[in-house]
Design a protein around this ligand. Structure first.
Ligand SMILES: [Zn+2]
Length: 473
C-alpha cells in the first residue's frame, strides 16, 4: 500500500493524465530484462478508447486510471481499452481507481463488458467477479475492481464500461442504409464538427405523402458521448422506421422523422464521457451555441428553429436519447408547464410507450424544471416550441431493467437497447391513432397490401378507454 501511494504521488496524481496509453507494456518496477509473455500490453489508442495510466501493483494486480474528458478533467467514467501479450491461465485484478462519480450501478450488479479476438461478441463479466467499494488507498475514492482470467495467449482482449458504439460503426450503418436505395430515406450533412468528422442528420420521409401540413418527429442521440446505449436505441428506432413493417409504412405516410444519431461525434471518437473535444457539455449550451465552439449543436438548433418558423411544418416531438449511470429501466424526463392540461397531454406518450415496452418505467418518468437543466435540449426546446409540441429526454440504464412482477434485474444487451428503440418508433402509431390522425381503415389497408401475418388484440387502452391495436414484432 505504501508503494501504491508513493507511486501515485510521484506520477502527479490525476493531474498528470492527458493522453491515452499507447501499446504500454507494464513490467515490474526496476525490471530490465527482455519482454516476456505475461507482461501485459495495454492500449487505448483505438476509436472511443479511454485509459490514461496503468500502475503495476503486483504480478496479479494493476491500478487503472480513466483519462478525463478532453479539456474537462471533471468527468471520468467511460473506459475502453485492449489488453494483449497475456499468458494462458494468467489471473489478474484490475482496479479502476479514479471515477468522478460515487453513485454507480456497480453497486447493483453492473459489470464491465469484455470481448476478445476469437470471441468478438461483447459480454458482461459475471457480477460476482466485480467489486465496488470505497478505497483508503485512493483518497477514499470509490474503486471498481474486477477479476479476470485470460485463457488464450494469442487473443487481444478488450474491456469497456458499456457496449461501445463508435463513430465508424454509425457510418457503416448509415452507408448500409443508403445502399438499400429506399426512396423515403434521405441523408443530409448538417455540418462539420470541430475536428471535421462529418455529422449527419437522418431524414425519413413519407413516399406516399399527400398531406399539406408536415408533422415532424425529431430525435437526437449521443450529445453525451459516453452514453453508448443511446446509439443502439437510435439504430433500433431507424431500423423500425425504414422497415416493411405495416406500422412503419403507415407512420411514413403521415410523419417525417428527422434523426441526428450522433450530436457529439468528436466526443464519441475521442472516448469522452460527457463533453465535446473542447470540453463543453453540449447539453448545457442549447441557449447559446456558437458555430466555432459548438458547431454540431449550432447546426441542429438552426435546423429546429427554421422548421419552427416554417408555417407548413409542425414540429410535434423532440426526443433526446441518453443513458443513465445510476437508474434502472428506460424512462423519460419531461417539462413542467403552467397549464395543467398541457402537462397531461405531455404524459400521454410515456404512457403509451409503457404499454409497448416492458422495460420502460412510468414510475421513474418525471417532469421537472431544475435550474441546472436549463441548457438542455428538452428544456430549451420546451420553451421555444409551441404548446402542441412535446419535448422529452429518453433515458436508459447502462445496466438493466426490471419488468412488472419480476424480482431480479435483466441486464440489457445490445439488442435489448435496440428493441427499446423499435418500441419507441411504433408507439407513434398509437399516439397518432389516439389523436385521430391515423385511422383504423388506413392501417388495415396497409396490412392487407403487404400480406402481413399479424395479431391484433382488442386491448383496453389505459387512457381514455380507446381501441388499441397491437402488432407483435
Ligand atoms: Zn446524458
Amino acid at each position: 500500500h505504501a508503494h501504491r501511494s508513493q507511486l501515485y504521488n510521484e506520477m502527479g496524481g490525476e493531474d498528470a493524465l492527458v493522453g491515452n496509453v499507447n501499446k504500454l507494456m507494464v513490467t515490474p518496477p526496476g525490471y530490465t530484462g527482455p519482454p516476456k509473455k505475461g507482461h501485459i500490453v495495454f492500449d487505448a489508442c483505438i476509436e472511443s478508447g479511454n485509459l490514461g495510466r496503468v500502475d503495476y501493483i503486483s504480478e496479479f494486480e494493476f491500478d487503472l486510471f480513466i483519462r478525463p474528458d478532453t479539456c474537462n478533467p471533471r468527468f471520468r467514467v467511460w473506459f475502453n481499452f485492449t489488453v494483449e501479450n497475456v499468458r494462458e491461465t494468467q489471473r489478474v485484478i484490475f482496479n479502476i481507481v479514479n471515477f468522478s462519480k460515487t453513485k454507480s450501478l456497480y453497486r447493483d450488479g453492473m459489470s464491465p463488458v469484455v470481448k476478445s479476438t476469437s470471441r468478438p461478441k461483447w459480454q458482461r463479466l459475471p457480477a460476482k467477479n466485480v467489486y465496488y467499494y470505497r478505497c483508503p488507498d485512493h483518497r477514499r475514492n470509490y474503486v471498481m475492481s474486477f477479476a479476470f482470467c485470460f485463457d488464450r495467449e494469442d487473443d487481444v482482449y478488450q474491456f469497456s464500461y458499456c457496449y461501445p458504439y463508435t463513430y465508424s460503426r454509425l457510418q457503416h450503418y448509415l452507408a448500409s442504409l443508403e445502399r438499400r436505395n429506399l426512396d423515403y430515406l434521405q441523408r443530409e450533412q448538417l455540418g462539420l464538427s470541430v475536428v471535421s468528422y462529418c455529422m449527419f442528420a437522418h431524414c425519413v420521409t413519407a413516399h406516399l405523402c399527400c398531406v399539406s401540413e408536415k408533422r415532424v418527429v425529431f430525435l437526437t442521440a449521443r450529445v453525451h458521448p459516453g452514453e453508448s446505449p443511446a446509439s443502439f436505441i437510435c439504430q433500433g428506432f431507424i431500423d423500425f422506421l425504414v422497415s416493411q413493417h405495416p406500422i412503419a409504412q403507415v407512420l411514413r405516410d403521415h410523419v417525417i422523422f428527422k434523426i441526428v444519431p450522433m450530436l457529439n461525434p468528436d466526443g464519441v471518437y475521442l472516448g469522452n464521457y460527457r463533453c465535446s473535444l473542447m470540453g463543453f457539455d453540449l447539453n448545457r449550451h442549447w441557449q447559446d451555441p456558437t458555430p466555432w465552439a459548438h458547431p454540431t449543436l449550432h447546426a441542429v438548433k438552426q435546423l429546429i428553429v427554421q422548421m419552427n418558423q416554417d408555417p407548413k411544418v409542425s414540429l410535434e416531438f423532440y426526443i433526446d436519447v441518453h443513458a443513465h449511470s445510476t437508474m434502472m429501466n428506460g424512462f423519460m424526463y419531461g417539462n413542467v408547464f403552467e397549464e395543467e392540461e398541457r402537462g397531461q397531454r405531455q404524459a400521454v406518450f410515456p404512457r403509451l410507450l409503457c404499454q409497448n415496452a416492458p422495460d420502460f418505467s412510468l414510475s421513474s418518468t418525471s417532469f421537472n424544471r431544475d435550474v441546472v437543466k436549463a441548457g438542455t435540449g428538452r428544456r430549451f426546446l420546451g420553451g421555444l416550441l409551441d404548446d402542441t409540441s412535446y419535448c422529452y429526454t429518453l433515458e436508459v440504464s447502462f445496466y438493466s431493467y426490471m419488468t412488472a412482477g419480476s424480482t431480479s434485474p435483466v441486464p440489457y444487451t445490445e439488442d435489448g437497447y435496440m428493441k427499446l428503440g423499435r418500441n419507441v418508433a411504433r408507439t407513434f402509431l398509437d399516439y397518432y391513432k389516439l389523436n385521430n390522425l391515423i385511422d383504423e381503415s388506413k392501417l388495415t389497408g396497409h396490412i392487407n397490401r403487404c400480406n402481413y401475418i399479424f395479431h391484433h388484440l382488442t386491448a383496453m387502452s389505459l387512457i381514455l378507454g380507446l381501441f388499441l391495436f397491437s402488432i407483435s414484432l
